[in-house]
Structures are given as structure tokens and as C-alpha cells.
Unconditional design. Structure first.
Length: 248
């Protein structure tokens, strides 16, 4: 369980225990009004209680009516905050898994050389990255169903000399709270037998930020307030056959 969820859980548990303890607190001797144990014969309206029954501190008369509503009002905020945090984390985990699967399906076209051969005539990095996004999202007329905004995905494709030397780029500039300027502009064509690293990232909306749960990573720009889904795949391409025009 995440630390923020643990904190929210113990806050809710703490308030609930206070309510239960309060039911067993004994009234001071000078209070002879209604008791907190809510026995039927002790639940009376204020107008039916004689002044002599509350010689001191009559303003603390316990009225059984609406007690459930009062108790719920006390625990409502931490409880609803905990529910919201659970929903936010669960939805984000689901979206991350969906994003991971979409990337795996996309990079398979690079792994087999299909993407390189299909776009052998293209040399512009921006165009090739746009085509790679279309491979993930599908054409405009037949988009692939996903739980994230596929049109906002950014890719970074590079080649490395070894698996140990593969270091994914950082999509977000932590000092500015927005996209790293160089992320989403790099495309290196993968020849047969080349080790390739593909990193994809997409902003994801944050719906709940209660009880210390703050998954927001964008703090400025058009994506301000969004979190980030990111996934990286490192693999060696197959020794695909380059027939006709060279793929790279």
C-alpha cells in the first residue's frame, strides 16, 4: 500500500475509534441529563427535560436525534478521501498496464523490421515518430481503444551498444515541471540485430488529490496538474531481410 493511502487509512481508523470511545465516556456527576448510551427511556426532547435535571451545563444535553448524521459528518471527509485515493490509484494502475501493452504491440513492428521496411523512404525524424504514433493509436478513422489520450503520446527511439548501457531519457524537466524539450524528437533507425530502446510517455489526468495523494508531475504548461504514464522497451531487433530499398 502506498504511504499516502496508509496515512489516509489510519486517519479514518483514528476518527472511527474516537466515536466508539466517546460512547463509553461517563458523564460527569453534575450532569443528570440524557445519557450517551441512548437507551429508549433516556432519549427525550430538550423541551421535556426539566431545568433541575441539568443544574449545571445544560447546553451539553445529549439528543439522540440525528446522531448518525453527526457521526457520519465527522468521518465523511477522511472516508471519501480514502475512497477517492483508491479509485485514482486503481485507475492509474489500469491505465499504466494498458499503456504498457500498447507500447509492446507497437515496438513489435520495430522488432521484426516491419516498421522500418514500410517507411524506408522516410528520413525525417518527426514524420517517423508521427507514423509510430499512428501504429500505436491507429488511423483517425479507426482509432485503437485505450484509456489514455493516445494523440498526446510522445516517443523517443534510440540505439544503444549494450543492454547494460540502456538509460531511458527523462520525459519531464523537474525544474520547469513540463516536457523535456528534447524528448519526443529523437528517432534512430534500427538495423537488423541492433539493440533499440523505445521510451513512450503520455500525460494522464489526476482526479483526486485528497489526503496527501498527489500524483501530479506536470506543474506548468498545457498539461499542468497531470500525472505521467511512461514505459520503456529495450530489445534487439531480429535479423530481418532488407529487400529492395534499404530500411535504414
Amino acid at each position: 500500500m502506498m504511504p499516502s493511502l496508509q496515512s489516509a487509512f489510519f486517519q479514518t481508523l483514528f476518527f472511527s475509534r474516537l466515536l466508539l470511545i466517546g460512547k463509553f465516556i461517563k458523564q460527569p456527576a453534575n450532569f443528570v441529563c440524557l445519557s450517551v448510551d441512548r437507551q429508549p427511556d433516556q432519549c427525550r426532547t430538550r423541551s421535556s427535560v426539566k431545568h433541575s435535571e441539568c443544574a449545571a451545563g445544560g447546553i451539553f444535553i445529549t439528543d439522540c436525534r440525528g446522531s448518525v448524521a453527526v457521526e457520519f459528518a465527522i468521518v465523511a471527509m477522511p472516508f471519501l478521501g480514502l475512497v477517492g485515493a483508491i479509485l485514482q490509484v486503481a485507475f492509474q494502475i489500469w491505465a499504466a498496464q494498458n499503456f504498457e501493452r500498447a507500447l509492446q504491440n507497437t515496438v513489435r513492428t520495430i522488432f521484426t523490421g516491419q516498421f522500418q521496411l514500410a517507411n524506408a523512404s522516410q528520413t525525417d525524424a518527426a514524420t517517423l515518430l508521427s507514423l509510430l504514433k499512428t501504429t500505436m493509436c491507429g488511423p483517425t478513422t479507426a482509432t485503437t481503444p485505450v484509456v489514455f489520450n493516445c494523440r498526446n503520446v510522445k516517443f523517443d527511439v534510440s540505439t544503444v551498444n549494450s543492454f547494460a548501457g540502456a538509460t531511458p531519457p527523462k520525459p519531464i524537466n523537474t525544474s520547469s515541471g513540463t516536457w523535456t524539450s528534447s524528448f519526443g524528437t529523437n528517432y534512430a533507425c534500427a538495423k537488423p540485430g541492433t539493440i533499440v530502446m523505445v521510451t513512450a510517455a503520455v500525460p494522464f489526468p489526476t482526479f483526486f488529490n485528497l489526503l496527501g495523494l498527489d500524483t501530479r508531475q506536470f506543474t506548468s504548461g498545457a498539461e499542468n496538474g497531470f500525472s505521467l504514464l511512461t514505459s520503456t522497451a529495450v530489445f534487439r531487433t531480429e535479423p530481418y531481410q532488407m529487400t529492395g530499398a534499404a530500411a535504414c
